[in-house]
Design a protein around this ligand. Structure first.
Ligand code: MTE
Ligand code: GUN
Ligand code: MOS
Length: 765
């Protein structure tokens, strides 16, 4: 089944926030952001802006009736800065005017006097100065301190990975208007409708039941709208409440890039010890997370870095510590993988480093250490249905790893200025929110008297196809054709207290809740069918092909007649259900537990050709063997795999997010920030579905697919590095992603670097 949105998308008919017809008198917002990264506000004067043409009013912190607080995990972030600002672009005031142009023009008339304060953009500097969001956390398994003695080889080094701009096609936006009784309705492009509702209620000083949040769909979120859609929605709600008019806040791309947080850059140190058979005996790492200027989701992201610090490998002795470092850049936030990729990159770098020093191929170490059934992760959970070795083995065999290696060597011997590199990239990703309480969802199903069905869940459609999957769940249980179903907008008055659509878990969580609601309705309808058909009970009855079947044959009781009969007999045709993933627990004191419903595995094999003169590269092919369980929708799951993989390649190769030393975003537009286009996509992409049992906690045994493939992107970095290795030894080359052509050149010709290659910070200017 195709994504049910695809027709609307290609015809331009799908509705996003900015497409909604506006109400009469709608005001348009422009946000005034801090002009510098850190300062004390001495004077803020918006009176001239108030008088500018078309301006209705200018909101500042003084207009907030409730709490000026949008922080979720830690209450450390105001909606509008009051005494101080902590990052360049931090919202200070919101101009509301008749048109967007007028609102933007009025920004020029806002007067701000401030005293500059020191700016920190380096997480290591932040740690040294004690700028931590909370104390560091450590995950431990075995005993590293004694394990080093048992190692034949011990290596240490440093690995850095850059940030990543979400670049969802639809920028952040919301539209709000007042309803009676002091309430407000907010249409928001958010992954977290309940987060918007909760925060708007807090800021407006009203109970949550006065705030209704409605989401049709997002033009992409990728984590960037899990928490950071909230401020714009709350500004719209505040504006609506203060002015009595409808208010629209839609960010311009440049403001979106400047004002919102991104994937967290990490700077990490590692130490790895191996025995003579290349088994990893011990692994230690410290992760410096660049959290940005406020907590946002950073503590949860940090946790997932620790959960995934050993990727797909079994390491008996582990000690990893993570530092959430406060800097003066926009608060960094969720991004596909949620800290997992950053943790995994470090152990991949450690393995690659060890291989380079020992003169073996990294794949030898990777393969020797893949997880087996029953192995422990550093947090105590053991693997169940572990596919790490199977995926690796199948990749090697099916795509001819050994032959490709031979091809690489032959090509490299024959070509002086072009070199081929290859890399294998195994992944392992845990499915569930790491905060156990978030693993719950609800659904509400109405069957209308004509047999059509309306489905509401807490899931938000952002291109990942969750609405299509929800439709498949309900249509499957009722055995009715898809056109009888409508997936409703995600609305806080229909489904309350939702977790954000995140952690790749929304199809599982919402699908299971929906399954419960539909099962309940089906049972009730079958009881009515038994009465209609004059049978003692429902034994032998089922729903199939828009009708009731008895003992394997169709009856003349159609779906429509059954529903009408239930209605006439005053049987409820509506059902709500709630689902909570069973068996999850985690103790943050011991840092042990079973936080994940299951794990997703897979392996990618990359082939790249590097231009030795220019540092440019092209990916010849990527071959993937991925664990989908029993995919309920191979078209969508293939799209998620290819899209995630390419997005991961972007993070690892070309997306170079740069702030200058004053915390000003340098890569602030699409002219300076490059994401993969069709030319950057590997010329050949193969994805093999491993058909497996699936996991009982996966919806219809179809494993979560949203985030895991992103981590295949790491292989792109290591494949290019392998091509550099064919030109010169890389023993001293820093592990610094992204591997832009510039960094590839510095790897090829380290003598030309005018700065130490280990510290590749680009200067401001
Ligand atoms: N796919 C598209 N097209 N657009 C998106 O914004 N977000 C990703 C992934 N795939 C995203 C996407 C992220 S970060 C997550 S967590 C999952 O989808 C969320 O949806 P799911 O739980 O339904 O997989
Ligand atoms: N996105 C990916 N993983 C997680 C998670 O564990 N928690 C939250 N809040 N978002 C996520
Ligand atoms: Mo995804 S980063 O969990 O929104």
């Amino acid at each position: 089944m195709k994504n049910i949105d695809s027709r609307g998308h290609v015809r331009g008919e799908s509705i996003y926030v900015d497409d909604m017809p506006v109400r009469e008198g709608t005001l348009h917002a422009a946000v005034f952001g801090a002009p510098y990264a850190h300062g004390h506000i001495k004077r803020l004067d918006v009176s001239a802006a108030q008088r500018a043409p078309g301006v209705f009013t200018v909101l500042t912190a003084a207009d907030i009736p409730g709490e000026n607080q949008i922080g979720g995990i830690i209450p450390d972030e105001p909606l509008l800065a009051e005494d101080a600002f902590h990052f360049n672009g931090q919202p200070i005031a919101v101009v509301l005017a008749d048109s967007e142009d007028q609102a933007r023009a009025a920004l020029e008339h806002i007067e701000l006097e401030y005293e500059k304060l020191p700016v920190i953009t380096d997480p290591r500097e932040a740690r040294a100065k004690g700028e931590l969001l909370h104390p560091p956390r450590t995950f431990q398994l075995g005993d590293v301190d004694t394990a080093w003695a048992a190692c034949s080889h011990v290596f240490s080094g440093r690995a850095d990975s850059g940030g990543q701009e979400h670049l969802y096609l639809e920028a952040q936006g919301a539209y709000a208007h007042q309803v009676e009784n002091g309430g407000v309705r907010v249409y928001s492009s958010t992954q977290g409708p309940t987060a918007v509702q909760r925060t708007a209620a807090k800021v407006l000083g009203v109970p949550m039941h006065l705030v209704e949040v409605d989401v049709t769909r997002l033009g992409g979120g990728f984590g960037g709208k899990e928490d950071q859609a909230t401020p714009w929605a709350v500004m719209a709600a505040l504006g609506a409440l203060v002015t009595g008019r409808a208010v629209k806040v839609v960010l311009h791309r440049l403001d979106d890039m400047r004002m919102t947080g991104k994937r967290h850059p990490y700077s990490s140190d590692f130490k790895i010890g191996l025995d003579k058979d290349l088994k990893i005996v011990a692994y230690e790492a410290s992760f410096h997370q660049d959290a940005g200027a406020a907590a946002d989701l950073s503590p949860a992201v940090l946790e997932r870095t620790l959960f995934h610090c050993t990727n797909s490998y079994f390491v008996p002795n582990v000690k990893t510590t993570a530092y959430p470092c406060r800097t003066n850049v926009p608060p960094n936030t969720a991004f596909r993988g949620f800290g997992g990729p950053q943790g995994m990159f470090v152990i991949e770098a450690a393995i690659c480093h060890a291989a380079e020093q020992l003169g073996v191929r990294p794949e030898q170490i990777q393969k020797a250490n893949l997880l087996s059934e029953g192995d422990s992760f550093p947090y105590g959970q053991k693997t169940v249905g572990c596919l790490a070795q199977r995926a690796w083995g199948q990749t090697e065999e099916q795509y001819g790893y050994a032959a490709l290696l031979g091809k690489r060597d032959t090509f490299n011997a024959a070509n002086r200025f072009r070199k081929k590199g290859i890399a294998m990239q195994p992944i392992c990703f845990g499915i569930s929110f790491t905060k156990t309480h978030m693993n719950q969802a609800a659904a509400l199903v109405h069957i209308y008297s004509d047999g059509s069905i309306g489905v509401s869940t807490g899931a938000v459609e952002m291109g990942q196809g969750v609405n299509t999957k929800m439709l498949q769940v309900a249509a499957g249980i009722f055995s009715v054709s898809a056109d009888r179903l409508k997936i409703e907008t995600t609305n806080t008055t229909r489904v309350a207290n939702t977790s954000p659509t995140a952690a790749s878990a929304s199809a599982d969580l919402n699908g299971k809740a929906l399954e419960k609601a539909c099962d309940c309705l089906r049972d009730r309808l079958l009881e009515q069918a038994a009465r209609e058909l004059g049978r003692a009970d429902t034994a032998g009855l089922s729903l199939k092909d828009n009708a009731v079947w008895a003992d394997g044959a169709a009856t003349d009781l159609s779906w429509e007649r059954l529903v009408m009969s239930a209605y006439l007999n005053r049987i409820s045709l509506s059902q709500q259900a709630h689902y909570a993933t069973p068996g999850l627990h985690f103790d943050t004191n011991t840092e042990k537990g079973e936080p994940f419903a299951y794990h997703v595995y897979g392996t990618a094999l990359y082939e790249v050709t590097l231009d030795i003169i220019r540092g440019t590269y092209a990916f010849d092919a990527v071959h993937v063997v991925h664990d989908f369980g029993q995919s309920m929708n191979p078209i969508i799951d293939l799209g998620q795999t290819e899209g995630g993989l390419v997005q991961g390649m972007g993070w690892m190769t070309m997306e170079d997010l740069l702030y200058d030393k004053e915390g000003r975003l340098m890569s602030n537009a699409l002219s300076t920030y490059k994401i993969p286009d069709i030319y950057a996509v590997p010329k050949q992409m193969d994805v093999t579905f491993i058909d497996t049992e699936g996991a009982p906690l996966a919806i219809l045994k179809s494993k979560a697919v949203g985030e895991p493939p992103l981590m295949y992107g790491m292989g792109a970095y290591f494949a290019i590095r392998d091509a550099i290795r064919a030109w010169r030894d890389t023993k001293a080359m820093a592990f610094h992603a992204p591997m832009t052509p510039e960094r590839a050149l510095l790897g090829l010709y380290p003598d030309f670097a005018d700065e130490p290659v280990v510290d590749q910070e680009v200067a401001s200017g």
